[in-house]
Ligand binder design. Structure first.
Ligand code: CRA
Length: 792
């Protein structure tokens, strides 16, 4: 396509696509016009990629995920297409600031946390590596709720990103597939035939995912639920307007909202419907493509690698068997084998409450044929492994984790520790029966977004030192190693961090009215709020520190700003208590004139991808303090380390591998190991013992329970304190002393620039392995058998 440059194309889209007069255009109008202009530049590469994959008859990777936390797309596209300068200049000529236009884009928050963001990083890496792939998910009308605080409490409001024009997507008029729910299975001439009772249409919307340097792009195909027929004209003509609209409303409910559950599962029929809806639509689409390209069905595994992102799409097993056996006449055993050849499953958590189970009743009611097939799959498994004890249906429940395992040729964990624990705990028996099935693929993050785009100052320093090759070959960051003793390099490194911190301080003052000292240590914990992540351990240490500063205000304290952000699932009462406590502590501590030179607490509302991009480059310390054995991997931990914030953390998830790489001197380790956690829990009264042994912890808990932070309602935290002094399942009390000591080691190191900056810079130089490019290469080799159609 010929283009006369952005100076022309931006106003052209504004006028001819949006019908807006430049004189009246709002920032949002300009942003959409710019997005369309940028989109024009990637469509050719996108179509060419799809064409190349078709022509090569390439194996496609299909990533099925209930969540894609993609955040903003405009800046990502500009950067990957290397259009930064051109766009900046064109906007300036139009009298617009590129930063403001980019910041106007709402985040696409189609995910809860790490799992969804991982899927987004994977899409970017797949495109960068030139792997023919599709992401398949749901086009939620409302993404993750918007969070605000009222008197310190979390308030949720619906998110409505789609009320604005979504400039990136293409509605595929020709990709509209019919799906059924409910009904019954009838024997027709010895053949079971499913007659569904309720039908909906899955309408495809494609968003291009462009890789580094714009050489390759894949589609993220999101399904929107629509009614079979527009509305009931008969009823409408009879004046029954509400009834006429009902089928439409019912159908649309399926893709209306993202479940705001992070790691807890709620047995909701709608959730199962969502899972079946997008999985079944995706599989139909995959088979359609395979059949259009020709080839015998038995060869499907050679052409399609279907990755199940956690158990949410686990119904893919029986559904693919149904499509092959019931609908295409393949023998049942062969259908199971063929499906298994295509499918693989990633487990993202060991938390028992998050391993999905559906009641047999619900499954039978909603998906009667699938219930039968699950039993057939189970019987086939039992025949293959006669000593197997794990059944797929137990105590009236269908176990989706086991179903996904049995129907997958490979099952992976997301860090070395997590994969090991999978083998020893939740999948112990299945692992014994299928010892080659479980593999590890440690998570990674895309360096394009999490370093190059989010941290331009550090990126310029790196590129100026070792060239730009690191952006798509992150392990080259190790070439910085020789510079780590060089005073000029370390000065520049510290300078970049200081400037990022000053930016953040300015933004906090302007947007949130919070004053912080940019020279203070920025200590940051940003992630979903969950007891296992232990934000309450952090706030208790904050309280203890505040008390200690008060008792000794003239000591040489290292100034600190404790920054928190994160959302709690709306139904998770204890997590919401943690949020309120942090806000209450912030109010008291920040107002304390005796101590607030040294200590401030900030809880930023509405954590999302964009906020993470702002905070991480400005952070000094990364809080990764989960109870050992609970955080499957973490990916925030990798982003912080890459951006030069050393970790204070436990031996959990990928922390272990980060520490192995950055070196133990450059990581503030504390706390019990997984085995110690198990042993400690068995000690009666472990929490009380820990409290008795540490007067700081006792003092902090006492202040909370006496209402020091809740003068309006002095007893409101009694339950909270009771939980910690009582069973304290996540061992906050037992790890407190070690955490406190580690924090004091952090103070000492931060106070010594000659110690701190080499440590921070080592974190950058040694974490190149945590690129999602490396992770994707691992999946390609160990699981998918897919190859890159090298875009170079
Ligand atoms: N909550 C894990 O808890 C992990 C991500 C991505 C999680 C994280 O430790 O980094 O997945 N698990 O692998 C999850 O969502 C359903 O389980 C997460 O994001």
């Amino acid at each position: 396509m010929t283009d006369t440059g952005f100076r022309d194309s931006i106003p052209r889209h504004l006028i001819y696509a949006l019908g807006t007069d430049p004189q009246n255009a709002t920032l949002g109008d300009w942003r959409i016009a710019l997005s369309l202009a940028v989109r024009d530049r990637l469509v050719d590469a996108w179509l060419a990629s799809a064409r190349a994959a078709r022509q090569a008859g390439a194996k496609r990777v299909y990533y099925l995920s209930m969540e894609f936390l993609i955040g903003r797309l405009l800046e990502d596209a500009i950067i990957n297409l290397r259009l930064e300068e051109e766009v900046r200049a064109a906007l300036a000529a139009l009298g617009l600031s590129a930063d403001e236009v980019i910041a106007d884009e709402p985040d696409a928050a189609l995910g809860n946390g790490g799992l969804g963001r991982l899927a987004a990083c994977f899409m970017e890496s797949l495109a960068t590596l030139g792997v023919p792939a599709f992401g398949y998910g749901i086009r939620y009308e409302h993404g993750l709720f918007r969070q605000s605080f009222v008197e310190g409490r979390q308030v949720e409001e619906p998110e409505d990103w789609l009320t604005q024009v979504h400039a990136w997507e293409f509605r595929r008029r020709d990709v509209r597939l019919r799906l059924c729910f409910g009904g019954e299975v009838v024997d027709e001439g010895g053949k079971p035939v499913w007659h569904g009772a309720e039908a909906v249409m899955a309408q495809a919307y494609d968003t291009p995912m462009i890789g580094w340097q714009g050489k390759w792009a894949n589609a993220l195909r999101l399904w929107s639920a629509e009614p079979l027929h527009g509305f009931d004209l008969d009823r409408f003509n009879r004046g029954d307007y509400a009834a006429a609209a009902e089928p439409e409303a019912l159908a649309r409910t399926i893709s209306r909202v993202l479940y705001p559950d992070d790691t807890t599962e709620r047995g909701k029929e709608l959730r199962l419907k969502q899972e079946y809806f997008f999985t079944a639509a995706s599989l139909q689409d995959i088979l359609r493509r395979f059949e259009a390209e020709g080839g015998a069905l038995a060869d499907l595994p050679k052409k399609a690698a279907i990755q199940l992102n956690d158990t949410h799409p686990a119904i893919a097993g029986p559904e693919l068997v149904r499509l092959l056996h019931d609908e295409r006449g393949m023998a049942l055993d062969q259908a199971i084998e063929t499906a298994r050849g295509c499918l693989s499953y990633t487990n993202h958590t060991l938390l028992p409450e998050a391993l999905e189970r559906w009641s047999e009743d619900l499954m039978t009611r909603l998906l009667p044929r699938h219930m039968q097939l699950i039993e057939r799959i189970d019987a086939a498994h039992a025949a293959e492994k006669p000593d197997r004890k794990v059944a797929l249906v137990q105590e009236g429940e269908v176990r989706m984790g086991e179903l996904a395992f049995v129907m997958a040729h490979k099952v992976n964990g997301v860090s070395a520790l997590h994969t090991g624990l999978m083998k020893q705990t939740v999948f112990e028996e299945l692992h014994r029966l299928h010892p080659d099935r479980i593999v590890n693929e440690t998570n990674g993050v895309t360096p394009r977004r999490w370093l190059f785009s989010a941290n331009p100052r550090l990126s310029r320093l790196i590129s100026g030192t070792i060239g730009e090759g690191w952006v798509c070959d992150l392990e080259r960051l190790c070439e910085l190693e020789p510079q780590l003793d060089d005073a000029a390099f370390l000065d520049a490194y510290a300078g970049a961090k200081r400037a990022n911190k000053a930016d953040l301080a300015g933004w906090l003052a302007a947007e949130h009215g919070v004053q912080i000292d940019p020279e203070a240590l920025f200590d940051v914990q940003i992630k979903r709020i969950h007891e296992y992540k232990r934000q309450h351990l952090n706030i208790l240490e904050t309280i203890a520190l505040w008390q200690e500063i008060k008792a000794n205000p003239n000591a040489p304290w290292v100034p600190r700003v404790k920054i928190f952000a994160g959302k709690a699932a709306p139904g998770y009462v204890f997590a919401k208590e943690i949020i309120r406590l942090i806000n209450d502590v912030a109010a008291v501590v920040n107002a304390d004139l005796e101590t607030n030179r040294f200590l401030k607490v900030v809880f930023l509302p509405n954590y999302n991808v964009s906020l993470a991009e702002r905070l991480i480059p400005a952070s000094d310390l990364s809080e990764q303090i989960s109870t050992a054995g609970k955080e499957a991997s973490g990916t925030g931990n990798m982003k912080f380390a890459l951006n030069g914030a050393p970790t204070i953390g436990t031996l959990d998830g990928a922390n272990v591998e980060i520490r192995d790489r950055v070196g133990e001197k450059n990581f503030f380790l504390f706390g019990m190991t997984t085995d110690e956690v198990v042993a400690r829990r068995a000690v009666p009264d472990h929490a009380r013992q820990a409290i008795a042994a540490d007067k700081r912890l006792g003092g902090a808990l006492k202040a909370v329970s006496q209402g020091v932070f809740s003068p309006r309602d002095r007893h409101c935290y009694r339950g909270f304190v009771g939980n910690l002094t009582g069973h304290d399942y996540f061992l906050v009390c037992s790890d407190f002393t070690a955490y406190w000591d580690a924090q004091r080691r952090v103070d000492a190191a931060f106070a010594e620039p000659a110690v701190w900056w080499p440590m921070a810079a080592r974190n950058t130089a040694r974490t190149g392995w945590f690129s999602s490019d490396r992770t994707i290469r691992g999946y390609m080799a160990d699981i998918w058998g897919a190859s890159s159609l090298d875009p170079a």
